[in-house]
Design a protein around this ligand. Structure first.
Ligand code: OMP
Length: 237
């Protein structure tokens, strides 16, 4: 797939966070004309596995958000098992360290030109400074995101998952190459829920996000397609 989205709507990645495939497939069908990729995350993948990826792939390329985090050999093996599903993007936790990321990249390369974009998740967008401190990290979320991002890209990640608050910093520090995928995005007035570091879709894109990941504000709307269209209309072309 193209390394960058070609239109405002193509920047949108709806998160199909559903516990059953029928609901996810219905959403995929409705949202496909209004987005670039569709995200299969842990809830759907744990419920329905590979068939969920295959079903959603019939509508749009799949961002497979499984947030791999284990020893290098296990992560490489997991990726080997996932590659036949042909996801366009796969996530792994940057906190797994450089050897884990390098092992994932080496495994991904075996898929050739078709290989997925590997995205390293930095500090989850649900975490504020206090939550980060509770894990033993004394630095600010921005400082920790920068440290993890530099390490992950140097180790072989193609891009990063970060909050809208760190996108401009990462773009300035790392240059134009790393793909930035940004969740924690909330249209003005919508419920923040468990997200801590948020901004609007237009703010996230202005800060340098290539793609924005949006779940509940789209999937929980009375008319999910209309919600996605409104978000696209709020973005710069
Ligand atoms: O990797 C992700 O996509 C991710 C990373 C992160 O730091 N924060 C985050 O919210 N996500 C995912 O993005 C989606 C956000 O969903 P909403 O909060 O409903 O918009 C969920 O599917 C999360 O799993």
């Amino acid at each position: 797939m193209s390394a960058r989205p070609a239109s405002a709507a193509a920047r949108i990645i709806p998160a199909l966070d559903a516990g059953d495939l029928a609901r996810a497939e219905a959403l995929a069908g409705v949202l496909a004309p209004h987005c670039g990729l569709l995200k299969v995350g842990l809830e759907l993948f744990c419920a329905a596995g590979g068939p969920a990826v295959a079903a959603v792939s019939r509508h749009r390329p799949v961002f497979l958000d499984v947030k791999l985090h284990d020893i290098p050999n296990t992560v490489a093996g997991a990726l080997r098992s996932l590659l036949p599903l042909k996801p366009a993007m796969v996530t792994l936790h940057a906190g797994g360290g450089p050897a884990m990321i390098a092992a994932a990249r080496e495994q991904a390369e075996k898929a050739g030109a078709d290989r997925p974009i590997l995205l390293a998740v930095t500090v989850l967008t649900s975490m504020d400074a206090a939550a980060l401190a509770a894990t033993g990290v004394a630095d600010s979320p921005a400082g920790q995101v920068l440290r993890l991002a530099r390490m992950a890209v140097a180790a072989g990640a193609d891009g990063l998952v970060c909050s809208p608050h760190e996108a401009a910093m990462l773009r300035a520090d790392l240059g134009p190459d790393p793909v930035l995928v940004v969740p924690g995005v909330r249209p003005a007035g919508s419920d923040v829920g468990d997200q801590a570091r948020t901004a609007t879709p237009a703010e996230a894109v202005a800060a340098g996000a290539d793609w924005i990941v949006i779940g509940r504000p789209i999937t929980g709307a009375a008319d999910p397609a209309a919600a996605a269209r409104a978000i696209a209309a709020s973005l710069p072309g």
